[in-house]
Design a protein around this ligand. Structure first.
Ligand SMILES: Nc1ncnc2c1ncn2[C@@H]1O[C@H](COP(=O)(O)OP(=O)(O)OP(=O)(O)O)[C@@H](O)[C@H]1O
Ligand SMILES: [Mg+2]
Length: 260
């Protein structure tokens, strides 16, 4: 994993936003597609999320655009957007530092009862998102699933995905009956929510946030929980609005997600 050298020009651009920088440190928790660093500065603490590969740079830019659209609203809890900087070979997203740990890490450190409480909280947090109603800045005219299938096709052509052409053809010809579209996270795993004071309180990694099919979030969310019936029950104590069928689950978590 590369340690990111911040050149003078980049530091200057960041300081224009955050004020004098006191320290920069790499976070203990890292994702797969970026390097995240904490910046302590005159006006507070910030996260610099940086990517160097083309595909990941695109995702990062999309994440920046989503966060920017959400700056003025308070209904969806996400980090505050402070800026996006493109260099020749890297891109950087500057956002607020949030005091929390990913749900994945929180679950690793929890006892059984705490795990159930965390999973229930995950369910109700997603339930809340799906029940929000329209957020104007996220609205669009496209059919979300059709767009995803197009992107899946492009990703397959570019390579580096788990799915194959047979699976994609099946997904295109066997679309599930539509349900009401809602705001969705779009990569709704335990890695991409933060636990703050014992509860799931914030979405991170929001490049896929859009008005889309809530069954995608639900399926990804239960993907790592469904082997354990008690975990799955706990999730549905929080997520009460809908239960995906086995076919719907397979379509999304074992199907569409294979191309992302
Ligand atoms: N705004 C934030 N405040 C505090 N910590 C954060 C913030 N954003 C990200 N993190 C930390 O950085 C880690 C990685 O973040 P994120 O999921 O956005 O990166 P990623 O590289 O896109 O991950 P993925 O592997 O899912 O692509 C998170 O698990 C979290 O611990
Ligand atoms: Mg992530």
């Amino acid at each position: 994993m590369w340690v990111i050298p911040l050149n003078q020009e980049l530091l200057k651009q960041i300081e224009n936003v955050v004020g004098e920088i006191y320290s920069i440190s790499k976070l203990e928790e890292q994702g797969c597609t970026s390097i995240v660093q904490k910046i302590s500065a005159l006006s507070g603490n910030f996260i610099l999320k940086s990517s160097s590969e083309d595909r990941y740079r695109e995702w990062l830019e999309t994440e920046a655009q989503v966060l920017k659209k959400l700056v003025k609203q308070t209904k969806i809890s996400v980090p505050h957007y402070y800026g996006f900087i493109k260099e020749e070979d890297k891109s950087h997203l500057l956002m607020s530092f949030e005091e929390g740990i990913s749900l994945t890490t929180a679950l690793e450190h929890a006892n059984f009862q705490e795990k159930l409480a965390l999973i229930k909280s995950f369910g109700s947090f997603i339930n809340q998102l799906h029940e929000l109603g329209p957020i104007n800045s996220l609205n669009h005219d496209n059919n979300w699933l059709d767009v995803q299938l197009k992107i899946a096709e492009q990703n397959l052509e570019q390579g580096g995905v788990d799915g194959n052409i047979q699976l994609l053809d099946k997904l295109i010809s066997h679309k599930p009956l539509p349900v009401k579209q809602t705001v969705i996270h779009g990569d709704c795993t335990t890695d991409n929510v933060l636990v703050i004071h014992g509860e799931v309180k914030m979405f991170i990694d929001v490049s896929g946030m859009a008005v889309g099919d809530p069954r995608y979030d639900e399926s990804l969310a239960i993907g790592r929980l469904k082997q354990n019936p008690e975990y799955l029950n706990a999730f549905y104590e929080g997520y009460t609005r809908y239960k995906v069928s086995n076919d719907e689950y397979s379509y999304f978590d074992e199907g569409l997600y294979e191309f992302f």
